[in-house]
Design a protein around this ligand. Structure first.
Ligand SMILES: Cc1cc2nc3c(=O)[nH]c(=O)nc-3n(C[C@H](O)[C@H](O)[C@H](O)COP(=O)(O)OP(=O)(O)OC[C@H]3O[C@@H](n4cnc5c(N)ncnc54)[C@H](O)[C@@H]3O)c2cc1C
Length: 396
């Protein structure tokens, strides 16, 4: 990306974040969905940061996109999760695997906020092992029908189209990926489509997570993504993009926790001096700062390898180097962000134990980063296998 385009993107991201913050704060405290987020994303042209310019995106490479998500992550994990759902795991698989007609049909409107996207892999019986999913598709000649349930899907309740994974019905076939349009008329009539929001989340109250059920839901033949049977490959490649987005957002969370702790500890006095002068408070600051730098370096290296993979998609050695480094970045940064939020709450004392202040909100929100897009445990198994060799992969 040209320096001037990078500068202009980061300026837009900064202005977006500044304008969003007071609105997000009110929605968070009231625990209401932030309906001002998407219009603001549109205003600053941020709904397709890594999407090619010819489809309306900003054409950012992975390192640039990670830097943008890092800044956005400071505003909260819920906000960054919206971007991950819409772009990193919604638009990116269409950009990577879609044909020209699909890119025009989905990428262009999704960069203009006319279509919101999501990624539906997880099911009630298939989380850490997506190979166990139960959703099926059936070829009906001129169209497919899909049947099954997807749950815990970011943006599901606000999506216009969802990249969805299913097995062929009644056969021992391979998983395929489909772009499923949400037909709101059918939904209103309760015909073969039902959606429900998840309203009991521990955090991220301002953005949407939901489930959807398809019951012989028609999907045009044109909406298969890649070739029939490519589903698992598409899902795994998409998760590289998703995990990197989580890790980048976590760097932002850590940075925000550090900013808050520095500001608060200098102004809060106890025992006759600012708490920043107490050595044990400084310990929190030292650890947050070190883990911020370590997380950021891992994320940038992972993003650099992802860019290399994007340039050489058939090079399996590059793919696996990127995949493993992304797993390390996601595992490390999400734990460091959880730790930073916990330390920030501690430095804020009693005020920390409240979602009126930023540390408490980060603590509630960022916990999910150790779960979605591959849990801590799955990341650790993946990292260990990258050292031991594939024959030691513990989840096989
Ligand atoms: C807010 C939110 C948003 C989400 N957004 C999306 C989305 O947009 N799209 C989507 O498809 N999914 C999404 N998810 C789902 C998420 O990716 C899954 O929850 C996650 O992959 C874990 O699956 P699970 O919940 O079924 O847990 P399980 O797989 O049942 O795991 C439960 C526990 O067992 C451990 N475990 C499982 N297998 C092993 C093993 N082999 N070895 C060691 N430990 C193991 C896990 O690490 C975990 O600790 C979202 C989840 C949440 C909470």
């Amino acid at each position: 990306m040209e320096q001037s385009e990078f500068d202009s993107l980061m300026r837009d991201v900064e202005e977006f974040c500044v304008e969003l913050r007071p609105k997000e704060e009110i929605h968070y405290i009231e625990h209401t969905y932030n309906d001002e987020l998407i219009p603001l994303c549109k205003k600053y042209n941020l709904l397709g940061i890594p999407i090619e310019k010819k489809y309306g995106g900003r054409g950012a490479d992975s390192v640039t996109y990670a830097k943008a998500l890092e800044r956005i992550g400071k505003e909260g994990t819920g906000i960054r999760t919206f971007f991950s759902g819409h772009t990193s795991i919604g638009q990116v698989p269409i950009q990577m695997w879609g044909n020209e007609e699909q890119k025009k049909r989905y990428l262009i409107p999704s960069t203009r906020a006319e279509k919101i996207l999501a990624f539906g892999l997880t099911e009630p019986e298939a989380g850490s092992n997506p190979l166990e999913l139960k959703m099926t598709y059936e070829d009906k000649g001129d169209h497919f029908v899909l049947k099954g349930i997807k749950y815990l899907i970011s943006n599901a309740g606000i999506a216009d189209a969802i990249v969805t994974f299913a097995y062929p019905k009644g056969e021992n076939g391979k998983m395929s990926a489909f772009i499923v349009d949400i037909d709101k008329e059918r939904e209103a009539k309760g015909e073969s489509l039902m959606r429900q929001d998840l309203t009991t989340k521990l955090g991220m109250p301002t953005t949407n997570t939901g489930m959807f059920e398809l019951n012989d839901y028609p999907v045009p033949k044109d909406n298969i993504l890649g070739n029939e049977g490519d589903g698992f490959k598409i899902a795994m490649t998409t998760l590289m993009s998703g995990r990197l987005s989580v890790a980048a957002g976590c760097v932002g969370v850590i940075e925000d926790c550090l900013d808050e702790v520095v500001r608060y500890s200098k102004q809060r006095n106890q025992h006759g001096k600012p708490i920043a002068k107490h050595q044990l408070v400084q310990e929190h600051i030292a650890i947050i700062k070190t883990e911020l730098d370590a997380s950021r370096l891992l994320v940038y290296e992972a993003a650099r390898l992802k860019d290399l993979y994007n340039l050489n998609p058939s090079d399996q050695r590059v793919r696996s180097a990127a995949d493993n480094m992304i797993a390390e970045a996601k595992f490390y940064a999400s734990n460091a962000a959880w730790n930073a939020a916990d330390r920030a709450v501690q430095v804020f004392g009693g005020r920390g134990y409240s979602y009126l202040f930023r540390p408490g909100r980060h603590l509630q929100d960022v916990r999910v980063c150790r779960i979605y897009e591959g849990t801590d445990e799955i990341m650790k198994l993946k990292i260990a296998a990258s050292v031991l060799g594939r024959e030691y992969e513990a989840y096989r």
